[in-house]
Design a protein around this ligand. Sequence first.
Ligand code: F3S
Length: 289
Amino acid sequence: MVQIIVAPHAGFCFGVKRAINIAEQSSDLSRQGRKVFTMGPLIHNPQEVDRLRSQGVELLISEDSLKRGDTVIIRSHGIPPQKERHLRALGINVIDATCPYVKAVHEAVMKLSKEGYFVVLVGEKNHPEVIGTLGYLQEVGGKGVVVENRDDLKAVLSKDKVGIVAQTTQNEHFFKEVVGEIVLWAKEVKVINTICNATSERQEDVYELAPHVDVMIVIGGKNSGNTRRLYEISKNLNPKSYHIETAQELCGEWFEGTKKIGITAGASTPDWIIREVVEKIEKMCFSKV
Ligand code: F3S
């Protein structure tokens, strides 16, 4: 008998649920004939983005197409404050769905900077959350660097007073590594752990589940940072790990001779996609019994 175990924290996190609710409420404006856009995909999940589009909440392709009175929803990743001001100055109705945990990173970098720390933001340089956070650092005239890999630490070597924060979805192990390195040379280090619980809970699920199953399925957008990290962790622990976006990508061969299958999903994966994956695996495995 094949056992399918879904990780306890698989799927939508608090911040994504909140952003989706805000977008759904804003779709009322679209029914009144107003244009409603999200600044970038609301979540890294193309299927859910399509569902919202069907409710009149569109993805903003070009800022040039915006007109006075249009509504723009800031997604959970947040945006630089300079950009938000620019939109408001154009007469755009801005609705802020930035996750409160991301807001906490903005506060943290500004606080550290005001206290005189050189800020190290452990995260992905091109991630929208990181770009938004750097905007807040710039807002207070702060100095800092994004550390994405060990090479980036060279820029911190000459700093004595270092404040460290993380992108909310950062891998905890890499964050610890960076902190462990910097304390070896900096005279004063202040760490504000801004990794959100949703991320650590999902990562801990993978550490617990992946080594004990025959196959591990990680569901989530291919461009979702937090899903990709779940997949990387899983692949290290269990070579038979697969990253899929939808049930259509499942392949029967993956489950040949398996007894235990683990499933997890990134924080931007809707429950309905997780259900479809479970149902399809059940059909694939149980139809052979
Ligand atoms: Fe917020 Fe954490 Fe989700 S930062 S958007 S609750 S992954």
